[in-house]
Write a protein that binds this ligand. Structure first.
Ligand SMILES: Cc1cc2nc3c(=O)[nH]c(=O)nc-3n(C[C@H](O)[C@H](O)[C@H](O)COP(=O)(O)OP(=O)(O)OC[C@H]3O[C@@H](n4cnc5c(N)ncnc54)[C@H](O)[C@@H]3O)c2cc1C
Length: 455
């Protein structure tokens, strides 16, 4: 196949791309528009996949043999209403940029995932959630309006008042309805960039779920971490950690109230050999739990509180050349203890070296048709890719379906179309909107093909 002709505005280059899990590396034609008006010129009838900072774990921001639009060059702030904290920006702006530029002025992103190296466009496409989902909802709760470039080349303004159907379908729409060019975000007023933290060691899963429920009533931020080596009666042993923002009055003397962190001090320079991982996995989980317990009680800076993994640049290389996946699912509260026990038993007996994990309670389902969170328990757990991983994940999909749950596309690289369909009851409504705004499937991705969201 001859290489695609470059546009007059940005060169097209061949690149090997993957998600953060580096579990599917594919060759794509990468183009990086620098201005909003260049994006429509980069669309191709044969299909394009939008991409932000590539922090989704699987294949949602790649298109094997096709064109990928890297949108990080759209990184301008367009206006800021300092009174109300309303920021209008291009969609390639990152949360780390917003924190760097608006943190010192007393504003922070309203909702943030566990890394700040994500773009606003990526946060909308996955309708990302954070440690405060139970109290504050998904990223969509902070978006007041956006502009979307459609397959036709038209740019449409969207908000809860302007084409509400398309507005909501774009959250969790995986970049397959159009390119988000700009967004108006409500930022959060903060007195400090510090948090009060507490941690509660728990002996088993039943206690973990109970403590999470109690603490969710008291604290806006909560997560739990399991010790994956605890089985039998100790299954679910671990720690619940919670927090809330520290006021200036409560901040210990000597701390800079609006301190902003710099780039990571440690970087993993290349894919590490797998034997290092095999040894490390024995320790990392327990190290995490000990660290959480040690830090509890003291004030925690947002960097460690929200983004502990951002402290090591390219930590994903630690999983070796075959990469890893993060399996994240949610199951309803009802019968949750029994269902979660079943799922954990299967995970822990599979011998697949589960690594980092996070368990929490989600609050109410949002309005995005394919938005992942809904009321229930969610567990995210990393697996290095091994020969048995796909079979294990398929088995887990079955258990999650049985429990009335679903998995998160932002982390996924394996789920099959039929399983996905059964997990997302509003899929047909979303597909009708896709047919309305992108009938020939200009916006597509490897994930879209795999799960039936795009050609
Ligand atoms: C360490 C770590 C922790 C994480 N923690 C969480 C968490 O707590 N909660 C959570 O929800 N997620 C979490 N994630 C996942 C991450 O927040 C999401 O995958 C996020 O969408 C990535 O944003 P990105 O800019 O890297 O987008 P990419 O990964 O590059 O793309 C993601 C999707 O957005 C689409 N897209 C990107 N830009 C645009 C645009 N301008 N217009 C239209 N579509 C676009 C792409 O097509 C793709 O479908 C975590 C990831 C990591 C690596």
């Amino acid at each position: 196949m001859p290489p695609p002709a470059p546009t007059s505005l940005a060169p097209v280059r061949s690149a090997e791309l993957a998600g953060w899990g580096a579990n599917r590396r594919v060759r794509c034609d990468l183009i990086s528009p620098q201005r909003q008006e260049d994006v429509s010129k980069a669309l191709l009838p044969a299909g394009v996949a939008p991409r932000g900072l590539g922090r989704s774990y699987g294949d949602c921001a790649v298109l094997a043999g096709g064109r990928v639009l890297e949108l990080v060059g759209l990184n301008r702030y367009l206006s800021f209403d300092e009174e109300r904290g309303l920021l209008c920006c291009e969609a390639g702006v990152s949360l780390s940029g917003i924190i760097r530029d608006f943190g010192p002025r007393g504003w922070f992103p309203m909702v943030t995932p566990g890394t700040k190296f994500v773009t606003v466009g990526g946060c909308i496409a996955n309708d990302v959630h954070g440690k405060a989902h139970h109290s504050q909802g998904c990223f969509s709760a902070s978006v007041r309006a956006m502009t979307l470039l459609l397959a036709s080349g038209e740019v449409v303004p969207l908000s809860p008042e302007d084409d509400a159907e398309l507005f909501w379908a774009t959250f969790g729409g995986m970049g397959l309805l159009g390119v988000v060019l700009t967004a108006t975000l409500q930022l959060r007023k903060i007195e400090t960039t510090w948090f009060r933290q507490s941690a509660f060691p728990v002996a088993n899963l039943e206690e973990m779920l109970r403590v999470l429920e109690e603490q969710d009533r008291a604290y806006p931020y909560s997560v739990a971490t399991l010790d994956v080596f605890a089985t039998g009666a100790a299954l679910g042993r671990g720690v619940v950690s919670v927090g809330d923002p520290l006021s200036r009055a409560d901040l210990p003397a000597g701390k800079d109230p609006l301190k902003i962190s710099g780039p990571p001090r440690l970087v993993v320079p290349f894919d590490l050999p797998e034997w290092i991982l095999n040894r490390a996995t024995m320790r990392v989980g327990n190290w995490m739990i000990q660290t959480i317990l040690r830090r509890a009680g003291g004030p925690g800076h947002y960097e460690g509180f929200f983004y502990p993994l951002d402290m090591i640049g390219h930590w994903n290389r630690g999983y070796g050349r075959r990469g890893f996946t993060q399996y994240q699912f949610v199951i309803p509260f009802e019968d949750g203890l029994r269902q979660m026990t079943r799922i954990l038993d299967v995970i822990l007996q599979a011998g697949e070296l589960p690594f980092l994990n996070v368990l929490k309670r989600f609050g109410k389902e949002g309005k995005g048709h394919l938005s992942f969170p809904k009321e229930g328990y969610t567990l995210a757990i990393d697996f290095p890719i091994r020969s048995g991983t796909p079979a294990l994940l398929k088995r887990l999909d079955g258990l999650v379906l049985d429990a009335g749950g679903r998995i998160y596309l932002g982390k996924d690289a394996f789920v099959e179309a039929e399983t996905f369909r059964r997990m997302y009851p509003r899929l047909d409504a979303w597909l009708a909107i896709k047919a309305r705004v992108d009938p020939s499937g200009v916006f597509r991705s490897d994930l879209g093909k795999r799960v039936g969201l795009s050609p």
